[in-house]
Ligand binder design. Structure first.
Ligand SMILES: Nc1nc2c(ncn2[C@@H]2O[C@H](COP(=O)(O)OP(=O)(O)OP(=O)(O)O)[C@@H](O)[C@H]2O)c(=O)[nH]1
Ligand SMILES: [Mg+2]
Ligand SMILES: [Zn+2]
Length: 286
């Protein structure tokens, strides 16, 4: 029988076949073969023995959050608690480009916003890069109708810091779900890691993955990865004079030329410089 892994816990996999769940163990040989099933995998299993025999080839693999075969990433940030971070937003967008995934930004807690200028700046910055931003409140339900359409017929992975309202978003768009919600700790300055496991939930002809939240330092990208996959650079980096151009102080840099000749907010490049400065080299240079 063929099914979809929707959750896993301690080596048991919950496999859905048209909504019916089977709890399956992987075949012993998987370990020697180095096969590790993950949420999002399509698998072949024996419904009598409840043993998984095969994992079908994956169209995408993400390591963090660990999930296979998604069709888009939905990056969730909050305006406050925790504060919106351009650095993290550009980092996660770079990560989406590295995996060649369609990506959108959802920004929560607009009911708590007191800074209209920030909202406008976020909107215009990302729209200048053709990235759509949804501003929503899971509390007042403002903006949710648009976001619901985003999830239709897609396998979406929600990704974001802990406490931004990923699980709250799922509860808000589908009242059948009652995902456990965390709280924001003012003392810690972050959420308290409520969601512990990746889980795929059916939604409007597709699935939404709720995932454990990141903390600020969780995702490390190299200078080279940033140079190639940073938003808008990914279509330009191979036009620079130097093949390994980091778009910093190099001459004849197509990226810098493009930024100065188009109306891209200066913030886009400033954030790049900051991220690149802090990032390690992938290849050691002597
Ligand atoms: N005011 C307001 N609070 C929100 C909104 N969305 C979420 N919250 C609150 O933010 C806190 C964290 O929400 P969660 O949904 O648990 O956040 P999460 O992103 O799933 O967190 P992790 O599972 O730890 O990664 C809770 O106290 C929610 O009630 C919103 O739009 N407005
Ligand atoms: Mg959660
Ligand atoms: Zn360059």
């Amino acid at each position: 029988m063929k099914g979809l892994v929707v959750a896993s816990s301690f080596g048991t996999y919950a496999v859905s076949v048209n909504g019916t769940l089977f709890y399956i163990k992987p075949r012993g040989a998987f370990r020697q073969q180095g096969i590790k099933p993950m949420v999002g995998d399509y698998v072949e299993f024996d419904e009598i023995d409840l043993v998984m025999n095969d994992v079908f080839p994956r169209s995408t693999i993400l390591k963090r959050p660990a999930i296979a075969n998604i069709t888009q990433l939905v990056l969730v940030f909050s305006l406050v608690e925790p504060d919106f971070s351009y650095l993290l937003a550009f980092k996660y967008l770079t990560y989406a480009n590295m995996h060649n995934l369609k990506v959108s930004l959802v920004i929560t807690k607009i009911d708590k916003n007191e800074n209209i200028k920030l909202v406008e700046q976020i909107k215009s910055t990302f729209e200048s890069l053709n990235i759509h931003v949804y501003f929503i409140s899971n509390k007042t339900k403002e903006g949710l109708d648009e976001v619901k359409k985003l999830f239709k017929n897609e396998v979406s992975c929600i990704m974001g810091q802990t406490g931004v309202g990923k699980s709250s978003l799922i509860n808000a768009i589908d009242t059948n779900y009652a995902r456990a919600i965390g709280e924001y700790s003012k003392a810690l300055g972050r959420g308290k890691h409520r969601t512990k496991e990746v889980i795929l939930l059916p939604y409007q002809g597709g699935y939404i993955a709720d995932t454990p939240g990141f903390s600020a330092l969780d995702l490390e990208l190299s200078k080279e990865e940033l140079a190639v996959f940073y938003p808008s650079f990914n279509t330009l980096y191979n036009k620079c004079y130097f093949a390994n151009c980091l778009h910093l102080s190099e001459n004849r840099c197509a990226v810098k030329h493009y930024l100065s000749s188009h109306t891209i907010p200066s913030l886009v490049y400033e954030i790049y410089q900051k991220l690149s400065l802090d990032a390690p080299y992938k290849i050691k240079r002597y």
